[in-house]
Design a protein around this ligand. Structure first.
Ligand SMILES: *Cc1c(COP(=O)(O)O)cnc(C)c1O
Length: 350
């Protein structure tokens, strides 16, 4: 498969903007090329210089940690930027489409809408599995990207790898597997499949298990040819210096992440068990993420009641197959206890 051929014509033919630091060998020599402040900054050491536009040092760390090569890594200002860049690179506005499988993460459709790209929705089955036949039937000549979120937000489950593989094998466009929650799941994930499938893109993020939602850093792992396309169209300095440094530190301290993951997983099962015993709760869905999808009786009343008690959860009632469901992020033990206490006070037997 020729990935470049999948890209939009104007993207294939584009002359990328050449920022000052891209051409030079990093920060050697006397830096009079980028109109920076040569005297420093009141905001922090080293921050007066533009960051490495290709984040080479950070990509080395990430590639080492994920056992891949830096050339296979693309970094964005959150996964959200990567989702947008993928749609912009591969889908012709007003003509081409992405496919999603609701209920799922809202940014795929939002980014498609902003880019005037169509969205074909093939809902999951009521038990939150991929409907393989309908996916097959929904693919047209206009379909360029298929987004599969696994483990899925907001349902919390991951999908059968065999089904995902069969979609990657049979589809002539790109399959984007969003693994935002992979560190919280026993599932293997798809980065190991990149050598085999050139049309596979795996998204991961520092926002969840790594605890770094504030620095905005998302990753794409894919074929080198695809990474090169994204590099051509990204804003030159899309990942700032403070973010690059914080992420490098986080990877050096990766055992801390593993310890936090263990705690989240432990709290997840504690919270699940407590919620299952409450009269207001109809069902707690299994989760391989840091949240629980919970079906309630009188959901909007529960939602408003929790808000009054200062507890913010996400109402998912309007998503397909999620009527009556709230999405609750796993908190610390104290936060989880306060939630359970509030729901006990609410009562709400049928
Ligand atoms: C939270 C989340 C992300 C993370 O997005 P960032 O922009 O990296 O913070 C990506 N995908 C899904 C499905 C998510 O739930």
């Amino acid at each position: 498969m020729d990935i470049l051929k999948l890209a939009r014509k104007n993207i294939r033919e584009l002359t990328p903007y050449c920022c000052a630091r891209r051409e030079s060998e990093g920060e050697t020599g006397i830096l009079m090329d980028a109109n920076e402040n040569a005297f420093g900054s009141p905001g922090g050491e080293g921050l007066n210089r533009y960051p490495d536009p290709l984040q080479r040092s950070l990509k080395e760390s990430i590639a080492g940690y994920r056992e891949t090569r830096p050339e296979r890594v693309f970094l964005g200002n959150g996964s959200d930027e990567v989702i947008d860049l993928l749609i912009r690179a591969f889908c012709e506005p007003g003509e081409e489409e992405i496919m999603i499988m609701p209920p799922t993460y809202g940014m795929y459709r939002a980014c498609a809408d902003i880019n005037a790209v169509g969205t074909v929705k093939i809902p999951l089955t009521p038990s939150f599995r991929i409907d393989r036949e309908r996916v097959r039937g929904g693919i047209t000549g206009k379909t360029k990207l298929i987004f599969i979120c696994s483990p899925n937000n907001p349902t919390g489950n991951s999908f059968d790898p065999g089904v995902i593989e069969s979609i990657i094998r049979s589809f002539r466009g790109l399959v984007v597997v969003d693994e935002a929650y992979i560190d919280l799941s026993p599932a293997q994930g798809f980065t190991g499949w990149l050598e085999e499938y050139e049309n596979l893109v795996v998204l991961q993020t520092f926002s969840k298990a790594w605890g770094l939602a504030g620095i905005r850093l998302g990753m794409a792992f894919a074929a080198e040819s695809l990474i090169r396309i994204l590099n051509r169209i990204k804003p030159p300095y899309n990942v700032n210096a403070a973010t690059q440094e914080a992420a490098r530190q986080a990877i050096l301290n990766h055992p801390v992440k593993d310890t936090m993951v263990e705690r989240i997983v432990r709290e997840r099962s504690w919270l699940r068990q407590k919620l299952e015993g409450l009269p207001a709760v109809i069902r707690v869905y299994p989760s391989e993420t840091n949240f629980l999808l919970v079906r309630f009786r009188h959901t909007s009343a529960v939602f408003r009641y929790l808000l009054c008690r200062g507890i913010r959860v996400r109402n998912q009632s309007r998503q397909v197959h999620c009527d009556g469901c709230l999405r609750i992020t796993v908190g610390t033990r104290r936060e989880n206890e306060l939630l359970v206490r509030a729901l006990k006070d609410y009562g709400g037997s049928p």
